[in-house]
Design a protein around this ligand. Structure first.
Ligand code: NAP
Length: 244
């Protein structure tokens, strides 16, 4: 058994630790979006594979038998490519993905399909928006330049074409106390979030509920059907079963 772990999430990092402790033959893969990725206890490669064909060739060349897709639930291109390449190469695939968050009593969520709809759902001016969507789509919000934006990212984007913003660098997991304090300090009126699920990024939603702040919730992009498990432990059990 030789495993390729597609990373970029805290769950992937937890799984890497378990794979290493169990002595599994595994390679960790990063897209290479940040300059200081979390070091992993597994041999690590960085950078895209070159689409479906590139990933298929990589799987064959490295004699991979099992792929664990532990990318973020919004990294849909990678996940779609993994489904197609694994099918072509005859490699088993499992996704490590948490269930989507569900609104609780007291929440004011406004579900939207994508970033474009999220921008359309925001006021034209005068709002104070916590953009907790990472750095990828920051520039799109320049379509509503008369709002204040609080940006949170691991690393700032190269260009931030917003006239009124504050940037906060930070890597999750975040705390409810911390996120509540941040939202209070910046007098936030709207939160924009991706429905990632899991615990690492949930704090902002609890803070928004406590402060009665509406949440523009971007729903997950579609990915073809695949085996999906919710925790690193469940993936370890599945791999143990596969190896036996
Ligand atoms: P994406 O749109 O699905 O991926 C774009 C391309 O990046 C893929 O086609 C692939 O290139 C390459 N890629 C993505 N993940 C990779 C990995 N783990 N190893 C090697 N290549 C990878 O993904 P994205 O939204 O840009 O996300 C990039 C990374 O950031 C992912 O690892 C994801 O887990 C992480 N991340 C994303 C978000 C988010 O909101 N999207 C949030 C937190 C973390 P090729 O086609 O050349 O193979």
């Amino acid at each position: 058994m030789r495993i390729l772990l597609l990373g970029g999430t805290s769950d992937a990092t937890q799984l890497a630790a378990r794979l290493s402790a169990a002595g599994r033959d595994a390679i960790f893969s990063y897209a290479g979006r940040v300059s200081t990725p979390t070091p992993q206890p597994l041999p690590t490669r960085i950078g895209g594979f070159g689409g479906i064909e590139g990933l298929e060739a990589y799987l064959r060349c490295e004699r991979i038998t099992h792929v664990v897709d532990a990318t973020h639930s919004f990294a849909a291109n990678m996940s779609r490519n993994a489904v197609a390449a694994c099918t072509r190469a005859g490699v088993k695939l499992v996704a490590l993905e948490r269930s989507a968050w569900v609104a609780q009593p007291g929440d004011d969520w406004r579900p939207v399909a994508d970033i474009t709809e999220a921008i359309a759902a925001l006021p034209e001016r005068g709002a104070r928006i916590f953009l907790a969507t990472g750095r990828q789509n920051v520039a799109d919000f320049a379509r509503k330049p008369e709002n204040f934006y609080l940006l949170r990212y691991i690393e700032p984007p190269k260009i931030i074409p917003l006239p009124d913003y504050v940037g906060l660098a930070g890597r999750g997991p975040f705390t409810v106390e911390g996120d509540t304090a941040v939202m209070r300090a910046h007098r936030i009126t709207h939160l924009v979030a991706k429905n990632a699920g899991g615990d690492a990024a949930r704090a902002k939603l609890e803070a928004a509920r406590a402060l009665s702040i509406p949440v523009i919730m971007i729903e997950r992009p579609a990915v073809p059907e695949r085996l999906r498990l919710e925790t690193p432990e469940a993936v370890m059990d599945w791999l143990a079963h596969e190896a036996s």
